[in-house]
Write a protein that binds this ligand. Structure first.
Ligand code: ZN
Length: 119
């Protein structure tokens, strides 16, 4: 009887979506699409564990399966970023503007008024 493949993380029963292999001489872990056959030297991982995979110190992870790219910033991260921008904006708004003394020619640069085109 064929057992269904499962994620190799201890306690995880999810179906695998990626296979992790190691290239020891290059200190590289390769996370690719699920292998066709289960092999003893590779680790099948579910999408959650594949996405959260981190390289051990001194190792590099190469991800060849776009479905398991690490998740982007969380809503919490985005709120923290927005708060940071808002806070920075307050300080900029409080700062006095430096006096601007532009000559008319400098203000318009290379633009010229063209007479007689207005309706
Ligand atoms: Zn898992």
């Amino acid at each position: 009887m064929i057992q269904p493949r499962r994620c190799k993380r201890q306690g995880c029963q999810e179906p695998p979506v990626s296979t992790l292999t190691f290239v020891y001489k290059d200190s590289t872990a390769v996370l690719g699409p699920l292998s066709v056959k289960e092999v003893p030297w590779a680790y099948d991982l579910c999408s959650k564990h594949a996405s959260s995979l981190q390289a051990p110190r001194g190792w590099e992870v190469i991800r060849l399966n776009p479905a398991t790219e690490p998740a982007g910033p969380t809503e919490e991260d985005l709120e923290a970023l927005a708060d940071s921008v808002r806070e920075r904006g307050k300080h900029v708004a409080e700062a006095p503007y430096p006096p601007v003394h532009l000559a008319p020619a400098a203000r318009y640069g290379h633009l010229r008024l063209v007479p007689g085109t207005a309706a």
